[in-house]
Structure formats: structure tokens, C-alpha cells
Write a protein that binds this ligand. Sequence first.
Ligand SMILES: Cc1cc2nc3c(=O)[nH]c(=O)nc-3n(C[C@H](O)[C@H](O)[C@H](O)COP(=O)(O)OP(=O)(O)OC[C@H]3O[C@@H](n4cnc5c(N)ncnc54)[C@H](O)[C@@H]3O)c2cc1C
Length: 435
Amino acid sequence: MLEVASWGRLRSVPHEVTRPAFLDIARAAVRPREAPLLCYGKGRSYGDVCLNENGHLIITDMLDRIIAFDAETGIVRAEAGLTLDRLLRVIVPQGWFAPVAPGTKFVTLGGAVANDVHGKNHEHAGTFGTHVRAIGLARSSGDVLTLSREENAELFAATIGGLGLTGAILWVELQLSPIRSAYVDTETIAIGNLAAFFRLAEESREWPYTVAWIDCLAKGDGAGRGFFIRGRPAEKGTLDVHAGRQVGVPLDAPNGLLNARTLGLFNALYRRRPWVLGARQMHYDPFFFPLDAVADWNRLYGRRGFFQHQSAVPMRNAFETLRKLLGLTAEFGEGSFLVVLKLFGDKSSPGVLSFPLPGATLALDFPNNGEGTRRLLDRMADVVLAAGGRLYPAKDATMSGQAFRAGYPAWRTVEAQRDPAIMSDFWRRVTADAA
Ligand SMILES: Cc1cc2nc3c(=O)[nH]c(=O)nc-3n(C[C@H](O)[C@H](O)[C@H](O)COP(=O)(O)OP(=O)(O)OC[C@H]3O[C@@H](n4cnc5c(N)ncnc54)[C@H](O)[C@@H]3O)c2cc1C
């Protein structure tokens, strides 16, 4: 048995593990067993969607080959354990980029499909799953199926955002986006509050990439103060890939370096950095993946780990809901280092359980301070549900079954398509009390 954790490091749980290096071996590993199965990519999910306590984990990171790549059309087919990191090294020099990139490049294609991840360009490009042309899926019945919008369409829709429950994804075929350079023309603008965020977001509709970093210590009229960043692919520049240099965190920070005491200092320093403001050209790596510069930054939260709240709320009440969420954070005194705010557009995903909905999404990290943090997360979940929103399973470790099912009323469609040999801690948690 191997102890395995997810990115939030809230707990390490024992699993039997298989780590296949070839698709044939992976396929053979997907069979009924005494304990339930689950695939695990790079464990960049924060909570328990990638955990299966006392079960069997198929760790896919050695399934990392590109099967076919057409540099004329930008269609790539690759094994499910390939990371965006490795994919970008191959495709960028050929003038192609990931159509959707989450905030870290250390995710696998299988993980990106199973959580139907989104990036800074949701309003323009939708989710990752929107660009998936086909999936190779192994079921515990021994079947290996090709899924697409035309073939096995229902299983395709259940697999995109299907949290790994419908089978083991062996390969993914993806339509890439063309680029002329590896650089992004960016502008960073200071915003004084939430109203300024919404104004600027509205004015920036032509910009494919937008995101805001918020100072969660700001209260009252200043709530939502921070930086708004917008970007578009540069027309000129070289097609150089990321260097891959990372600073490491060799040890767990003893009591957590990121705590309420250091938070104020961090935010004050960040606010005083005038050089971040204005227009500049940035390489895609620091623009899309700034946190990847520090390997294992999750260890800075110490041994008790940390939570993330990420919710999506409909546009009609986004302003009020965000004010309430930020207000709750301030009230509980549980400051967050990383507060990211962005808008989602109305491009719908083929995925049944896809997280984004037209509106706004807020993501906050909280050090694990035990009961107090859990109470805050519950209160935030209540606010989100009352607003007709939902929480993101990829980031979640605490939502109740009721909260999940209210946010994802189509969950039974995925349950009906779930491979009977597969289960996750997340799914057990949110479906256990379902009638
Ligand atoms: C710093 C950071 C920034 C992030 N930013 C974003 C963001 O901007 N947008 C966003 O959407 N997400 C974001 N995330 C979350 C991350 O993109 C997702 O959790 C992603 O799914 C992780 O991929 P993974 O390969 O590590 O999968 P894992 O976390 O290992 O697994 C995720 C799910 O995929 C399933 N799975 C994995 N491989 C397979 C397979 N081969 N077959 C079937 N199921 C499989 C697992 O069972 C699990 O349910 C971020 C995470 C981090 C750490």
C-alpha cells in the first residue's frame, strides 16, 4: 500500500497502486477488483476527486507519449498521462498552443478532461473538453471504446468533466490553437474594488485572456481591490518553449509559512509593486503558469495542508455574492493568499458535470486551521448555493452531498454511466446520502 495525497495535502491515504508504462498494461489494469479503482494523473486536484482510500489507483504519468501530431491542422492525439508541460515543449515550436490552459502546466490530459478544466480564456474558448475531438476509454468490462460527439456520444458527454468515473482514459485527441509567437501582449491595471473589476471586465471583452488577483484583506468599499490582467497572443516573436527552471520547497514549512500573520505583509508588498502595472510582452510561461515557478509551493502551508474554495455564480447576482464571500473571509479572519477572480462566458461544454456557468468565479486558498476553516467553507458554500451557483469538485474537500447535488442536478447521468468498478472518495462523499 502506498500513501497518496492530493495537492491540498489535507490527508495521505493508503492505496494499492499500478503505474503502467504502456497502454496495453493500463487497459489490462482496468478490471473488476476487490477494491474499487480510480485513475490518478499528477494529483493537481486539491481535494479528493483523485483519491480512493484503500482502493486501487492507476497512476497514469508514465503514459506520456504523443501518438500522432499533424502540424498542418494542429490535431494531436496523445496518451492520457502526458502533461501540458511536455505537450507544450513539442507543439509551441511548431506554432501551436493548448486551446485552454489551467493555472499550472503540470496536469495530465486525462486529468484535464476528467475535470473539464478552464483557463483565462473561458469567455472566448470555453473549457478544455470543448476542444476534445475524441477519447479512448477503457472500461472494466474489457471494452475499449472510442468516444466523440458522434460515436458513443452519451459516454463522451459523461466522461468530459466526469471526474474519472466512467472508465480509464487511455488517450485524448485534441484540436490545438495556432500561435504566431510564444509571447502574450499583456496589460495589468490596478482596480480599487469589485465595481471596477466588473467595469474593466466588460471593457475587456475583446481580450481573449483576463483574470484578476484580489487582495482579500480589503474590506467595505475597497473589497475586490487588486489587479486586473488582460492579454492577447502576440503577433510577433519567437516560438521558444518554457525553460522549466523552478525554485523548490525542500521541506514542509514547520507551522505553515503562509498563515494569517504573514498574509498582511504579503499583500502589502504585492500592492507596492508599481512595476507590475502597465503594458508589457510576457512569455506564455509566467503569464499562464506563474505559480509553477515554485515547485511544491503547496508545502508552504505546512503539514496540515490547505483548502481551496472555488465557486461559480450566475452573472445576475455575481456582484452581491462576491461581496458576501469576501465579507465572510474578512469576518472569519481567515485570509487567503491567492484570490483569483474571473468571468466565465456562455460557451457551453459537452460535459454533463462541467463546472463553469455564465457568470463569475472566485478561488481562494485557506490554510487548514481545523474546524474554523471548515465552518467558513460551509458558510461560503451556503452563500454560493443560495445564489444559484456551484462549487468546483477539482478544488473541493468539504462540500456536502446536498450542496453537490443542488449545484449539479444532472449528476445521475454520470452515475448511470459510471464504470461499476470505479469509485473515488469524492463521489462516495457526495452521493452517500442521496435518496
Ligand atoms: C496551481 C494550480 C492551478 C490550477 N488552476 C486551475 C485553473 O485555472 N482551472 C482549472 O480548471 N483547474 C485548475 N487547477 C486544477 C487542475 O487543473 C485540475 O485539478 C486537473 O484536473 C489536475 O490534473 P491531474 O492530471 O493532476 O489530475 P488528478 O488531479 O490526478 O485527477 C483529477 C481527476 O481526473 C481523473 N483522471 C486523471 N487521469 C485520468 C485518466 N487517465 N482517466 C480517467 N480519469 C482520470 C482522476 O480520477 C480525478 O477524478 C489548478 C491546480 C493547481 C495545483
